[in-house]
Design a protein. Structure first.
Length: 242
């Protein structure tokens, strides 16, 4: 009897997980608009309120540039807070990039509610590596992979993020879960670095400007990340079996 109850609970958890994944773009719809201007591309992040009530939310527009001829990557982020009128449409962010022949650019627009729950998303890929001219591929209901968000605040934190991001790609972790590298400042002028995924802290430590120490923290953080995603994958396989 106890085994049967456990199986029912596992099935319920799996159903709830599917339901949760379908809640994006139902209250606030995210849309990325691209306008080509010569060698440049103008990018606009648009929010559409699908309800009859005003909505408050935060946004994050990430532009990830990958050079197909090398391992170089860059990640620029715009973020802020928005209040949008009932049934209204509003531009929340804009940017302009120059697309070189060897570049692949991923534009990611994410909306979060007050509890930091993802409520809206859109993704556009700009890529001319496989074709002679730039091709714009808009993906609706996409699966995000290999996204590491930078929420650090100091140069020390930014340096850690860059090194973590490069190692993350070198190890080909490429998870569909967004990883957030965050940073919190304390009154003692110390800085706490956190690695978060699925609202869980994977690893955290008090940073200090010591290259050997930070290199060790990179290794530990990456090891913790790999272990976390392996455990998560095993849990998901176990749930699917039931």
């Amino acid at each position: 009897m106890r085994i049967a109850v456990q199986k029912k609970l596992l099935v319920l958890m799996l159903v709830c997980g599917v339901s949760f994944s379908q809640t994006t773009n139902t209250v606030i719809k995210a849309k990325i608009e691209i306008e080509e201007a010569g060698e440049n591309f103008k990018i606009a992040g648009i929010a559409e309120n699908l309800t009859n009530q005003s909505q408050d939310f935060s946004y994050k527009l990430s532009i990830i540039n990958k050079n197909n001829n090398s391992e170089n990557r860059s990640n620029s982020i715009q973020e802020g807070f928005v209040c949008i009128d009932p049934n209204g449409t509003q531009k929340v962010s804009d940017a302009q990039i120059n697309l070189k022949k060897e570049d692949e650019v991923i534009v990611l627009l994410l909306f979060y509610d007050g509890k930091k729950k993802l409520i809206g998303k859109d993704k556009v890929v700009l890529n001319d590596a496989k074709n002679e001219k730039a091709v714009i591929l808009a993906v609706d209901g996409f699966e995000m992979k290999g996204i590491v968000s930078d929420e650090t605040k100091t140069k020390l934190g930014k340096d850690f993020y860059d090194r973590y991001f490069n190692r993350y790609n070198d190890e080909k972790i490429n998870s569909s879960k967004i990883v957030v590298v965050g940073e919190e400042l304390s009154f003692a002028r110390n800085t706490n670095i956190t690695i978060v995924a699925v609202n869980e802290v994977i690893y955290q430590f008090m940073a200090r400007p010591d290259d050997e120490f930070m290199s060790d923290m990179i290794d530990r953080s990456i090891d913790a990340t790999i272990l976390y995603f392996k455990n998560l994958e095993n849990q998901e396989k176990y749930l699917i079996q039931y």
